[in-house]
Design a protein around this ligand. Structure first.
Ligand code: GLA
Length: 389
């Protein structure tokens, strides 16, 4: 938990004036993986780990920014030419500021102090939390209120152009619009979401960080996107109305799959089935059919491992340890893959045993420690302090 009094005091000491404080959370995706950039459905929730930005306007057009976690600082001059792809966290800040300005928000200069307890490299969207918290802070202290969906799109555009990662919209959307106690069923084409109450009477959501992040992650992500587009291009010969894999039903896929090359067929099968699983899982959650929800999580993992091929041995190991623990209703990798975390649905009474068994077994077999987090569904981006504590 970030200590708001501390970050306010640190800000006052560094910059000599009073900040407002803004926060945006990381996320865990319960189901619906690699469907967002195919126009499909995802079911993430915001987590109780967030990035906090202390911010105050300046009289000039400079953004001075400091990261508490990294103990680094940077400066951006909004009147100087844009800089991008430096390969540093400043790219996220500059990207969000520049894209906001392109959307007709004339920004004031700003002093920013950033602190985060979202684990980085864990597949829990520390990047989206940074983009959304900075976007909210910069716009609000300049006197603009940007609609949350727009804020999400600005974060995504910043990541595409200034960071060079062609991500979908899920992470930014749920970081901006998450709802306490709820998962969000997001229709990634329509950019609309339905809040689904998360029934945690009997179960908790547990995140296990594999603490590995394989090099492949970003290049393979882009390859998967291209493979999905190729699939659409071929299937369109038979289904002229489709524009994205979202439009392909399981029946359509079964009928026309013979025309797809082997690899493309596997990628498409994952996306088409994952979309159906996400809708089925949402329905199950709505009825508190948690066993059914868990069953769909296991299937999702198998499909990501075998058809989409974005898992890795460490994630597979965490899922197989979970499968051997009592009281685990479902487990799967979450996020882009090739490392990062798994998400697990665990009965309250089995939580301690799950923790113990997972940490011991994972370390025994890999020599790597896992970090385990339990999180409820948290609220999305918001101002958390404005002059009064
Ligand atoms: C990353 C991306 C998301 C989404 C997931 C996979 O987290 O940022 O947009 O594509 O991978 O579901």
């Amino acid at each position: 938990m970030i200590n708001l009094k501390q970050i306010r005091a640190d800000f006052q000491e560094i910059y000599n004036h009073e900040p407002r404080l803004f926060q945006a959370p990381g996320r865990v995706n319960l189901i619906g993986e690699h469907t967002d950039y195919n126009g499909g459905f995802v079911l993430p929730m915001a987590i109780e780990y967030a990035t906090t930005v202390a911010a105050a306007p300046r009289e000039d057009r400079k953004i001075r920014v400091r990261s508490v976690n990294l103990n680094e600082e940077g400066e951006i001059d909004l009147d100087a030419p844009e800089q991008k792809l430096r390969g540093s966290w400043i790219d996220y800040v500059e990207g969000v500021a520049r894209i906001l300005e392109r959307q007709n928000a004339k920004l004031r200069g700003a002093d920013l102090l950033i602190a985060s307890d979202v684990p980085t490299g864990a597949g829990l969207s520390s990047s989206a939390a940074l983009e959304i918290s900075v976007g909210l802070a910069l716009s609000e202290i300049s006197g603009y209120t940007v609609e949350k969906v727009k804020l999400a799109l600005i974060g995504q555009a910043a990541e595409h152009e200034f960071v060079g990662a062609k991500v979908g919209i899920m992470d930014q959307f749920v970081s901006a619009m998450g709802k306490k106690g709820h998962a969000l069923l997001i229709d990634c084409r329509e950019l609309k979401a339905k809040q689904v109450p998360l029934d945690t009477k009997d179960v908790v959501i547990v995140i296990c960080n594999s603490n590995v992040k394989h090099e492949l992650a970003s290049s393979e992500y882009n390859t998967r996107r291209a493979e999905c587009e190729k699939g659409v291009e071929i299937l369109r010969k038979f289904l002229p109305d489709i524009t994205q894999l979202r439009d392909v039903t399981i029946e359509d896929f079964e009928r026309y799959k013979v025309h797809l090359p082997e690899i493309i067929k596997k990628r498409c099968r994952h996306v088409v089935a994952e979309n159906a699983r996400t809708l089925a899982a949402t329905e199950a959650l709505g009825k508190s059919h948690l066993k059914e929800f868990g069953r769909l999580m296991w299937l999702s993992h198998a499909s990501l491992r075998d058809d989409y091929e974005v898992s890795c041995k460490e994630l597979d190991l965490l899922v197989s340890i979970a499968a051997d623990c009592e009281g685990v209703l479902g487990a799967r990798m979450t996020g882009g893959g090739f490392g990062g975390s798994t998400v697990n649905l665990v009965r309250h009474e089995n939580l301690n045993n799950f923790r113990k068994k997972t940490s011991t077994e994972y370390e025994r077999q890999t020599n790597i420690k896992t970090d385990i987090y339990v999180s409820g569904a948290a609220e999305g981006a918001r101002e958390v302090f404005n002059g009064e504590i």
